[in-house]
Design a protein around this ligand. Structure first.
Ligand code: ZN
Length: 328
């Protein structure tokens, strides 16, 4: 069984806010809340996904409560994982991820979406690490003490001294650095100093769909040069200007990435459950095989599809942990 890894879902939001049970199979979100409830563990399994990064999300206000709320949400994630122990297993390393998959379980990894949650203190990053977080995004919808968001054209802070220290620290600890939502200037600055590959976990490409939030050609080239991957998002807003884009448009982004930076740097980052609309042809997580089918139709080999599905990310994560071991 080869890994099929999603680099970013927001599935914990509904679980936390509405008591949505990720362990139970739900009907597809037709009509009712079409922008979330795209996944639960049974439907992820039906879609063939056996590895998933669950995002820890907080709004950035009030700023001095972000860290505390992040810790609460991480503890909540552990509770969900414990409750669904027959279906999922927390993975802290690539090997643990593969071991969970071998048991027929979904490997679950935790990622903190935005360094505003560390407030202004590197020690807070350590607290995340000690609680099993293995991927951290430099920014989310706002700029923070470490880095700037790409939600605004202007890079308010750039990569600060604290941001640089965080990059080096995450390299040492073996945390995957995520540049989704990160301003293009900071993407460059992080790529210049990181010793480990970095990722953009969930994004559209501005070469196809011009948008401040999407990754530019420079961004994807820089990330690929570190040996990292770019996860293609399925959110209609970020893949196309059409009102009702289809899965073909998602494949267009995959084609574009392959042509610009090579097949070895393409990955998948759905953003399922993250207040997004899905393209026609994808009801929810169960329909991922349809995407693979379209790739086949466009001439992708099985080997190439397995790289996109998870092989490329596995290579990236392994390298991140190797760099950490070298540094220790
Ligand atoms: Zn996001």
């Amino acid at each position: 069984m080869y890994p099929v890894i999603d680099l970013h879902t927001d599935s914990l939001i509904a679980a936390r806010l509405f008591g949505y049970d990720l362990g139970k199979r739900h009907l597809p979100p037709l009509g009712f809340m079409p922008w979330m409830l795209h996944t639960d563990f049974p439907r992820l399994k039906e879609g063939g996904i056996n590895g998933v990064w669950l995002g820890i999300v907080t709004i950035p206000y009030p700023p001095d409560t972000c860290f505390r709320r992040a810790i609460e949400r991480i503890e909540f994630a552990h509770e969900v994982i414990r409750r669904c122990a027959s279906q999922v297993e927390l993975a802290l390393t690539p090997e643990e991820m593969l071991a969970a998959m071998d048991k027929g379980k979904i490997a679950v990894m935790l990622s903190v979406e935005g360094l505003h949650m560390a407030e202004e203190d590197l020690a807070n990053l350590e607290a995340f690490y000690l609680r099993g977080v293995r991927c951290v995004g430099m920014a989310h919808f706002t700029s923070n003490a470490f880095a700037s968001t790409n939600f605004h054209a202007k890079a308010e802070t750039g990569l600060s001294a604290l941001g640089k220290a965080a990059v080096r620290w995450m390299n040492r600890m073996g945390i995957v650095i995520d540049l989704a939502h990160t301003h293009t200037r900071c993407v460059r600055e992080v790529c210049e100093i990181t010793e480990a590959p970095v990722i953009i976990s969930h994004t559209g490409l501005s070469g196809i769909r011009p948008a401040q939030r999407n990754a530019s050609d420079d961004d994807i080239r820089l990330v690929a040069d570190t040996g990292g991957v770019v996860g293609v998002i399925y959110a209609t807003t970020w893949i196309s200007e059409k009102v009702f884009p289809t899965l073909q448009e998602v494949v267009d982004h995959i084609d574009y990435l392959r042509d610009k930076v090579g097949i070895d740097h393409v990955a998948l980052g759905s953003d399922w459950d993250g207040l997004i609309m899905l393209p026609r042809g994808m009801r929810d997580a169960r329909d991922l095989p349809r995407l693979f089918h379209l790739l086949e139709e466009r001439g992708y080999s099985q080997k190439e599809i397995s790289k996109i599905a998870g092989g490329n990310f596995l290579r990236t994560w392994r390298r991140v942990t190797e760099v950490a071991n070298i540094g220790s």
